[in-house]
Design a protein around this ligand. Sequence first.
Ligand SMILES: O=C(O)CCC(=O)C(=O)O
Length: 278
Amino acid sequence: MPKCLSDDAISQYHREGYYFPLPVLCDEQVATCRGHLEAFEQSQGEPIGGALRNKSHLLFKWIDDLMREDALLDPVEDLIGPDLLCWNTLFWVKEAGSESFVSWHQDLRYWGLDTHDLITVWLALSPATTESGCMRVLPGSHVGELLPHADEYQADNMLTRGQEISVEVDEALAVEMPLKPGQASMHNGRLAHASTPNASADRRIGLSFHYAPTKTKQVVGNWDSAALVRGEDRYGHFTHTPRITRDFEPAAVDFHERASTAVRDVLFTGAEKVRKTL
Ligand SMILES: O=C(O)CCC(=O)C(=O)O
């Protein structure tokens, strides 16, 4: 019996490679999460960026807690089973009026993970609309071979290497995934997706969680980490990330350095240019 998704939602996800919207947080919880993020940014004097964007559950307790919430894990379990790792947590912030965009790409082309079952849950902490540059997907593109990509390194591209599908994408087939604050979308790690700049007056804040079955292997890097967030890990392919009890615990900060460096090395494998941070 599925825990929360309808049979139609499950069929749609498997057929099209995405599903939205999922209700995850109420308005008060969104305000608390956004408040945590923006208080941190204010203390740093700059928007979240660089390595802090990546594997953020090792640094911020509210993200570690959120990553384990039933509202996120139940729909994921309905789709890929009860033994779940969270490989990564990643911020996607486009400032108000910024030119930041995301080119058409398929994540599993770059992540070194051997699974076809990885699900990205993308949670909106501010309105994700056509105007603010919500995510767009190409239905059904998760099936079959991964498409060829080229590295474009555009300054405003939020992707590490500006990776972009190098065959023509028929934009007429794209579906937008608008979300209200507190709602999330889910997409398969092989699904082609992209997003346009933020022409709105608010920041577009997304936080993504990458969930995969415990049998997944890292086949490009020699070492990788993931949090065991539900069930049992009978495979042991990843070092489990420590569960933190407060923000910036020294041991977890050291672990974050090692873990985010390992992800960066995998993402840049075969690239011509390497950025120092993600
Ligand atoms: O936030 C965006 O616009 C793109 C996000 C994305 O590429 C992803 O979650 O894999």
